[in-house]
Design a protein around this ligand. Sequence first.
Ligand SMILES: NC(=O)c1ccc[n+]([C@@H]2O[C@H](COP(=O)([O-])OP(=O)(O)OC[C@H]3O[C@@H](n4cnc5c(N)ncnc54)[C@H](OP(=O)(O)O)[C@@H]3O)[C@@H](O)[C@H]2O)c1
Length: 269
Amino acid sequence: MRLLVTGGSGYTGGRLVSLARAAGHDVTGTSHSARAEGLVPLDVRDRAAVDRLLDELRPDAVVHTAYVQGDWHVTASGAAHVAAAAARTGSRLVHVSSDAVYGGRPQPYTEADPPSPVYPYGAAKAAAETVVALVHPGAAIVRTSLIVGDDASKQHQLALDFALGRRTGVLFTDQVRQPVSVDDLAAVLLELALGDFRGVLHVAGPTPLTRHELGVLIAARHGIAADLVPAGRGADLPAAGPQEVRLDLTLARTVLRTRLRPPDEVLAV
Ligand SMILES: NC(=O)c1ccc[n+]([C@@H]2O[C@H](COP(=O)([O-])OP(=O)(O)OC[C@H]3O[C@@H](n4cnc5c(N)ncnc54)[C@H](OP(=O)(O)O)[C@@H]3O)[C@@H](O)[C@H]2O)c1
């Protein structure tokens, strides 16, 4: 398969590029600010550049991971550019979305629950999903959760920064997510790129954890005691984001071969 991975210099995209190359696929990964060897430069905000790259490569499949959390134009417009170009060149599309599209509630969300974003990042990811579904109806849209695995993960860096006093802040005891292994996620993205699933799919770890519980697991890998991981409530802060976001994984268990491992297995010391 000829595969294009946007965000090939990123955490998930980088893992996917390596995995797909190791499996023998012809993979092009893109970077933006990073100048990594073996990747081609691309700014997804530049629609003409996205079109040129897709015309040149004519990939069988595109996995779109590129985003910037605080940048609507990259996250929403960039996704639109990639989806339109993939539809035009007849390339399969796997679009990576986020549990941030949801506003939070105690019961798990299924794929049938429409986005209900409560902050700008979630709104940009919801807008991206909407345009992807419209311009590329055959696309797979993967809503995932906190991506973990090693210290290249933003979630690991945040927990360690707080626990080691490199940054001031707390990990919330009232925000629940379902952390997923970066390797499991990359395997799912490759599986979907090779398959024909269309529509929204929730892909996350099976175990809901608070951000603080996740931080304690990450700290333990470095021999850092749990009581050094600062805890606090998001509800006490303005704009801390959604509280409990659980993703129902029934559909993923039905359609995927890849097993989604629990965080205590992924992060075992
Ligand atoms: N991280 C999480 O915990 C989490 C949770 C839920 C969902 N997600 C979703 O998962 C996906 C991957 O997340 P990640 O954390 O693995 O990503 P990441 O490590 O932050 O990488 C982001 C990628 O986007 C690229 N990029 C930034 N601006 C760009 C632009 N203007 N044009 C083209 N590429 C650009 C970056 O390239 P350079 O570095 O070269 O600039 C980088 O390769 C995202 O779609 C995100 O919304 C992430």
